[in-house]
Design a protein around this ligand. Structure first.
Ligand code: AMP
Length: 254
C-alpha cells in the first residue's frame, strides 16, 4: 500500500524508524505529470532499495517565466494511480509554504557550470533547482537519489552539490527514455499540438546527426523550431528549442 504524506514531522519519525531497522530508502524527486522516464527511475530505485519515495512538487523557484509555471501540466490524481500501480511505497506532496518557510532567503548557487547552456537562458533556474533538491534530500534522508540524463546539466550540478557539501547520499543516473520516434519523454510534451508533436522528433534526429552545429541550427530553423541554444560541451551535444510556447531540451553523447 502506498503511503501519502505532507506532514514533515510524521515523515521524520517514520524515516528515523526505518533507519533504526537498517532499511534503505531510494528517492525520486519529480514535478509530476509522470511518464515512463520517471517510472524507469522508480524501477531502478525499487531494485536497489528496501523502500522507494517519490515526491510530486512543481517547484516555483526554478521557473524564470511565471507563464511557464502556470502552464506546467498538473495531473495529481493520475500520478497517484500510476504510483500505486508501480508499487511505490511513499509519495510526498510537499507544500511551497513548508519548503520555503524562509521565503527563499537562503539559496544554493553554483558559480561556473550553472552559467552555461540552460543556465545562460533561464536566469536563476539552477539556483531554484539546487535549493529545492538540497531541501528535499535533507528532509527525505534517502541512501540513494535518482535523476535522469535527459536533464544532464542538472544531474552534473546535483552531483557537484552533493560532493561540495558532503551530503550523505548516493546520486544515481537513469538513461533518457524516449518515445518510439526518438522524442525524449517530458511532461511538457503534453502541451504540444498534434502538428508540433509530429515535428518534435526532428530535434533529436538533428542532434544525433553528424552535421556541425551551424548545419543543425539551419536545419531545425527551416523546420520551424526556434533555437534557444545548440552547443557542444564536455563531450556532449546539448540543445534547447521551442515549438510555439513549448520548450524542449535534449542531449546526446558526441
Ligand atoms: P521532472 O518531473 O521533469 O522534474 O523530472 C524528474 C526527474 O525525472 C528528473 O531527474 C529528470 O531528469 C527525470 N526525467 C524526466 N524525463 C526523463 C526521461 N525522458 N528519461 C529519463 N529521465 C527523465
Amino acid at each position: 500500500m502506498i503511503r501519502q504524506f505532507t506532514d514533515l514531522k510524521l515523515w521524520q519519525q517514520d524515516r528515523a524508524q526505518q533507519k533504526l531497522s537498517g532499511k534503505t530508502l531510494g528517492f525520486v524527486p519529480t514535478m509530476g505529470a509522470l511518464h515512463q522516464g520517471h517510472l524507469s527511475l522508480m524501477e531502478q530505485s525499487q531494485r536497489q532499495n528496501d523502500f522507494t519515495l517519490v515526491s510530486l512538487f512543481v517547484n516555483p523557484t526554478q521557473f524564470s517565466d511565471p507563464k511557464d509555471l502556470q502552464k506546467y501540466p498538473q495531473k495529481v490524481n493520475e500520478d497517484l494511480q500510476l504510483l500505486t500501480q508501480a508499487g511505490v511505497d511513499f509519495v510526498w506532496l510537499p507544500t511551497a509554504a513548508d519548503l520555503y518557510r524562509d521565503e527563499y532567503r537562503y539559496r544554493i548557487t553554483e558559480s561556473d557550470l550553472s552559467g552555461h547552456l540552460c543556465g545562460a537562458h533561464r536566469p536563476g533556474h539552477f539556483t531554484g533547482v539546487l535549493t529545492v533538491v538540497m531541501k528535499l534530500l535533507n528532509i527525505a534522508h534517502p541512501e540513494r537519489a535518482y535523476f535522469g540524463e535527459k536533464d544532464y546539466q542538472q544531474l552534473q550540478l546535483i552531483r557537484g552539490m552533493v560532493d561540495a557539501f558532503f551530503m550523505p547520499v548516493e546520486i544515481h543516473a537513469g538513461e533518457t527514455i524516449r518515445e518510439e520516434d526518438g522524442l525524449a519523454m517530458s511532461s511538457r510534451n503534453l502541451r504540444l499540438s498534434s502538428e508540433q508533436r509530429k515535428l518534435a522528433p526532428a530535434f533529436y534526429q538533428a542532434l544525433r546527426s553528424p552535421k556541425n552545429l551551424e548545419e543543425v541550427r539551419r536545419a531545425l530553423q527551416a523546420k520551424g523550431f526556434q533555437i534557444d541554444y545548440l552547443e557542444d560541451f564536455a563531450g556532449r551535444r546539448y540543445g534547447a528549442v521551442a515549438l510555439g510556447e513549448v520548450r524542449l531540451i535534449d542531449n546526446v553523447p558526441l
